[in-house]
Write a protein that binds this ligand. Structure first.
Ligand SMILES: Nc1ncnc2c1ncn2[C@@H]1O[C@H](COP(=O)(O)OP(=O)(O)OP(=O)(O)O)[C@@H](O)[C@H]1O
Length: 261
């Protein structure tokens, strides 16, 4: 089974600012790992180092044992990596289906020249991808919206469209950046069911950044807590929630001491 992720001593600096400091952990294939921590802890920056949007200043990122730090997102897609973003960037005038298909270019056979000439092989692949995109939308409760412009959908539904776009890449490793932000209670419940199914039905390893502790507790096998760019602890969600270091990082030293008194 693919989808294993290992980080070794990943550090990231911008000029004199240290954003990540020697972060290391491993995610086994098929696991769901939560990456949590207070605002500004470095969670999205770490995602960016894994997904090729930032190059770590030092350290190693391995997907299924292959070193990938500094590789471009298109290369990482070939290693089975897909991600979603904190703020989905959809083409608002394009239809929902067209937005999902944007995730598919990495799966088209041939190269730019063949795509430009729309050879029979390209056209067949496009038809197959379109059918697969529609099936993904159906499966995620969005089939009814396939031919609507994306700007007619709510923020919560945009997140669903972005997830379908990532899934069309057929990832073995999926990074979800704050998937529950801005969702209603019902939408969060639906999201939990969807992500569980990604593991059980599709063998996808998931790393999720999220502030919604209910979702983290319901979904994850383990969590890694970041604070000020460094790993504070690693354990189950329950262990993290009762760890004094984590409580202190979230609510501050003084408040933690008050609570203990
Ligand atoms: N390109 C950049 N240049 C300079 N500083 C950056 C850059 N990207 C991130 N940072 C800094 O790195 C720190 C961590 O930011 P990051 O967005 O990774 O945190 P986060 O844990 O995801 O926060 P949140 O939960 O609020 O989304 C912040 O202080 C941020 O300003």
């Amino acid at each position: 089974m693919a989808g294993g992720l290992t980080l070794q001593d990943v550090s990231l600096r911008f000029g004199g600012v240290t954003v990540l400091q020697d972060v290391g952990f491993a995610v086994e294939p098929g696991q769901i790992l939560g990456l949590v921590g207070p605002n500004g802890a470095g969670k999205t920056s770490l995602f960016n180092c894994i997904s090729g949007h930032y190059r770590p200043t030092s350290g190693r990122v391995l997907i299924d044992g292959a070193e990938v730090q500094g590789a471009r997102p298109a290369t990482l897609a070939k290693h089975g990596l897909a991600r979603t973003f904190q703020h989905p960037a959809l083409q608002l005038r394009a239809t929902v289906l067209e937005n999902v298909l944007l995730g598919a270019h990495t799966r088209l056979p041939g190269g730019a020249l063949e795509w430009a000439f729309r050879t029979p092989r390209t056209r067949r692949a496009e038809r197959e991808l379109r059918a697969e995109a529609l099936a993904l939308l159906e499966r995620n409760g969005l089939g009814w919206a396939a031919h609507l412009p994306a700007d007619e959908l709510s923020h919560g539904l945009h997140k669903g469209v972005e997830l379908c776009r990532a899934l069309l890449m057929r990832p073995s490793l999926l990074l979800l950046d704050e998937p529950a932000a801005g969702l209603s209670h019902g939408e969060v419940e639906q999201l939990i069911t969807t992500v569980r199914r990604l593991r059980t039905d599709d063998d996808i390893t998931v790393v999720v950044v999220e502030h919604h502790m209910g979702l983290i507790a319901a979904l994850t096998d383990r969590v890694v807590v970041l604070d000020h760019g460094a790993k504070l602890m690693e354990g189950t969600a329950a262990e993290a929630q009762s760890d004094p270091r984590v409580i202190e990082a979230y609510i501050g030293k003084d408040a933690a001491a008050d609570d203990a008194a």
